[in-house]
Ligand binder design. Sequence first.
Ligand code: ASP
Length: 453
Amino acid sequence: MKVAKFGGSSLASGKQLEKVYNIVLSDPERKVIVVSAPGKRYSDDIKVTDLLITIGEKSLAGEVVEQELQAIVDRYAQIAEELNLTSEIIDKIRENLVGLINGDKSNPTLYIEALKAAGEDNNAKLVAAYFNARGQEAHYVNPKEAGLFVTNEPGNAQVLPESYENLYRLRERSGILIVPGFFGYSLDGAVLTFSRSGSDITGSILANGVKAELYENFTDVDAVYSVNPSIVKQPKEIRELTYREMRELSYAGFSVFHDEALIPAFRAGIPVNVKNTNNPSAPGTLIVSKRENKNGPVIGIASDDGFCSIYVSKYMMNREIGFGRKVLQILEDFGLSYEHVPSGIDDMTVVLREKQLNKEIELEVLQRIKNELNADEVIIEHHLALIMVVGEGMRHNVGTTARAAKALAGVDINIDMINQGSSEVSMMFGVKAQDEKRAVQALYNEFFASVLV
Ligand code: ASP
């Protein structure tokens, strides 16, 4: 049995739904189908989920939402029309949305959660109706009915372990099961969503629950690329990579597959196949627990900007027990999350996402570190980019860091920071944000130009 998840762009129009139908029907093992809400049809289109969030916010502020409601109903209606479905399904969708808009607002967060989930929920009903209209036995399955229970964390729900046993029972159901992605239910019956793009997470949970042989994640690219295609033209495709490699790459900016979605599949050892709805015969990328290392030490290079670093130095820091903890405690007091902490004998650097800071917080944090810890120097540096060079093969290869550093030196880029060794599968370089793209290109040339994939 396979679980197949289709993303928003795979379900954005009637034509796309036809492709989905053909893909599902071409393999009888594809029994559990997870769907996103209709996504973008073109680059500045608006996702249904974003329209729903606007409706929720406006409606809580007492504003009229008729226009947005109509825009959403029109999106579904257009799809239904393209597929020659009767208007019955669209009436049901409108009714559902109106019910939610007029629903209980006493808990504003839960009110928005229920609306946010409606994009997926109604899409699953629409997809099931389409499969039925084509003569297939297909059933819409609500996550509550399936037993997908989650923690009470709005926008960041986590699956509850008991869900997996409940979901196993889906195996006994007949026909194709169409499940909306992106949300589950708390034990007291409220709708709670996963983090954004969380339909990937639903797919992975279901794959684990039904003990699928494969979790297929259908999107709009042929593969996970070795580097961001908007930085390097036509980069090499990755055929196979490990969960750990995928985790590192998606952390640092690869958005093809949600990093949280790896966990349930990884725990059950289920391979994940990222595939293209628009080119289903392409093999895609397979994410597995172990792979043979054939093509050199590096599998991918990811980068992201928007980081800053706080450099702290104090003579004899190495003798002062608890110094690092105290620095991190100050950050915790401000609710700041950090990403990396490279350190030396008398200095440490804490790397964080700079969007968490504003001028006042920044000043207070620096002053507290300086005053409370008697630091000699506390310096913040803004506008940094982090580049992650990732590959299981790095551990066993001599000279990977030297090659990377040489490649950067070759294009005159100063390395502000290196963190190597804390992760077995990656190496991190901090450079000025303005150098990010050139750095990635240089590293790509070094590690991939001569590699056959
Ligand atoms: N529709 C949701 C979002 O836009 C979830 C998803 O697409 O996976 O975040």
